[in-house]
Design a protein around this ligand. Structure first.
Ligand code: GDP
Ligand code: CA
Length: 311
């Protein structure tokens, strides 16, 4: 089987561990959001790709939920001592090594997809990771700040303001002109199944789907398209999808997100099947809705979810 997964960061990473456990011997490709990417202190940082890479490699910190296990923060402390801004973005010493290798390769002219492949040779992820695009395209959030309406970088909103400033909308700068990274459209077109991970529907999956050509490739693939709800009992299991969805006019419920993704049968939508948590209900016209356990408490639970998705 060939399985292609659209994914964001932490939620996507947990789901991908489940795919890997459920599908030994299958060829799995993850198309990962790069809209959260940012350049800070001269370093190019790709948070979702790193969450997926570290998590698949068992190198992630489980308590903190992001970054490397066994991390230290000496470089960051030094930057703070110099008064180097921004000081609100946490950069661990081990993580900085990854950013240095990435930035150097990008500066030398390698596309991000080559950089990701090179980084992954060290980590043995078992899943092929592709950035959604090689082009720079960064999510900004429209907020009221300093007496005016402005667009700030997604990371500034998410990390500095803890998503506490009401979002009036999201703009992905550069997205309209972005092209899917090499291999992305092929991975969708030749997949037996396309899985939409229970990642943030707005700033993870929504951004991936905004790359011109990706939505059309999903509409046209002969494989089945199965989405997994990140919303259980009217709330995100983790993260801040509950503040992102209302900003785009979508109800925070499994039904709301299912309807937002829409039925492929209607043309224009994405889904053949929509998995919701066993205690939820959802009516999504044109979509086969199944209620199964959706809590990714451990790899076995995530793998069971994936087996349901593939059934
Ligand atoms: P981020 O990029 O690190 O924010 O992570 P993602 O966008 O990949 O995933 C965030 C989403 O994962 C949130 O909206 C959560 O609701 C969802 N999520 C986290 N854990 C679980 C889980 O155990 N089950 C389900 N169904 N969704 C989850
Ligand atoms: Ca993210």
């Amino acid at each position: 089987m060939q399985i292609t997964v659209l994914a964001g960061g932490v939620g996507g990473a947990k789901f991908l561990r489940g795919v890997r456990a459920a599908c030994p011997g299958d060829e799995v490709t993850a198309i990962v959001n790069t809209g959260d990417d940012v350049t800070l202190h001269g370093l190019r940082i790709t948070p979702d790709l790193d969450s997926v890479m570290y998590t698949l490699a068992d190198a992630n910190d489980l308590e903190r939920g992001w970054g490397r296990a066994g991390e230290s923060w000496r470089i960051q402390d030094e930057l703070k001592a110099y008064g180097a801004e921004p000081s609100w973005f946490n950069l661990g010493d081990l993580d900085i090594a990854t950013h240095l290798v990435r930035t150097r390769m990008l500066d030398a002219g390698y596309p991000l997809s080559d950089v990701v492949a090179a980084l992954c040779t060290r980590w043995h992820t078992g899943i092929r990771l592709l950035p959604m695009t090689d082009e720079r395209c960064e999510t900004h959030v429209i907020v009221d700040l300093d007496g005016g309406r402005r667009a700030i970088h997604f990371q500034e909103w998410w990390v500095k303001h803890r998503a506490g400033l009401p979002a009036h909308g999201f703009v992905q700068i550069g997205l309209d002109d972005a092209r899917p990274a090499p291999g992305v459209l092929e991975a969708i077109a030749t997949a037996d199944a396309v899985l939409i991970a229970p990642s943030n529907p707005v700033v993870s999956i929504g951004t991936v789907l905004g790359v011109p050509g990706i939505r059309e490739a999903i509409a046209a693939t002969p494989g089945r398209v199965v989405g997994v709800s990140p919303i259980i009992d009217g709330a995100p299991v983790r993260g801040m999808a509950d503040v992102c969805l209302p900003a785009i006019g979508v109800e925070v419920s499994a039904e709301g997100v299912g309807r937002h993704y829409g039925a492929r049968a209607d043309g224009g939508g994405l889904l053949d099947t929509w998995l919701i948590h066993k205690s939820d209900t959802a009516d999504v016209p044109g979509v086969d809705v199944r209620a199964v356990p959706l809590l990714m408490t451990d790899d076995e639970a995530s793998a069971a979810m994936v087996r349901e998705a593939l059934r």
